[in-house]
Design a protein around this ligand. Structure first.
Ligand SMILES: [Zn+2]
Length: 208
């Protein structure tokens, strides 16, 4: 029987053997990543692997469907917002990369009505987008609408990031840049999405 845990430990041995000792020395006391990456928890879209990063390169937040909630201080305990605050205010990263992907289980759960005690309320942040797409593209297949939703849902997180005053301020002064990228698992392409514009139909439906 495959022992995945043994594989992980072998993998760590390889990492320890190959890692640059000077880099580890530099990172021993502190980190100075230049970018915050917000990605899905999906096992196929690890940003450190996709972008060929070394330790210390990126500060990463991962959750179901790479969602950023609105800035809502004081209302509850916020893991995502705490990590965003740490990256921006204390680590002073100069880039935020919002990384979406195709065939996202989190987005699919909006269509399959997977509820879950926690998944349902979490992905509901995106429900309005899904419902709008269902109306506008009612003549398209569910698969096509879901792909469209995977991209358009990123607009919600993109807008929500700007509701954080410390992000809004840095975007205004040009000390922070916001990027929206979509990793397509079907052909391993990275698509750059301009969330300030309407997304072109050929990108939304991959008719390139
Ligand atoms: Zn996903």
């Amino acid at each position: 029987m495959e022992d995945i845990v043994t594989d992980f430990l072998c993998g760590f041995d390889s990492f320890q053997k190959d890692v640059n000792p000077q880099l580890l020395e530099k990172l021993r006391e502190t980190q100075n990543p230049k970018a915050l990456v917000i990605a899905c928890s999906d096992s196929r879209v690890d940003p450190a692997i996709l972008f060929s990063c070394s330790p210390g390169d990126i500060f990463v937040i991962r959750n179901v469907a790479n969602i950023v909630p609105r800035y809502t201080p004081g209302s509850s305990i916020h893991g995502v917002s705490a990590a965003i605050e740490y990256a921006i205010v204390y680590l002073n990263v100069s880039h935020i990369i919002l990384l979406g992907h195709s065939n996202c289980g989190g987005i699919a759960s909006l269509y399959t009505e997977v509820k879950g005690e926690f998944i349902g309320p979490w992905v509901n942040i995106l429900r309005e987008v899904k419902e709008d797409i269902d109306v506008v593209y009612a003549d398209l297949s569910e698969e096509e609408r879901r792909r469209c939703c995977e991209m358009e849902a990123m607009r919600v997180s993109y807008s929500n990031l700007k509701t954080f005053p410390f992000i809004h301020e840095r975007l205004k002064t040009g000390t922070l840049s916001l990027h929206t990228w979509f990793f397509d698992l079907r052909d391993a392409k990275l698509v750059h999405l301009d969330m300030e514009q309407e997304l072109p139909i050929d990108i939304l439906f991959d008719t390139l």
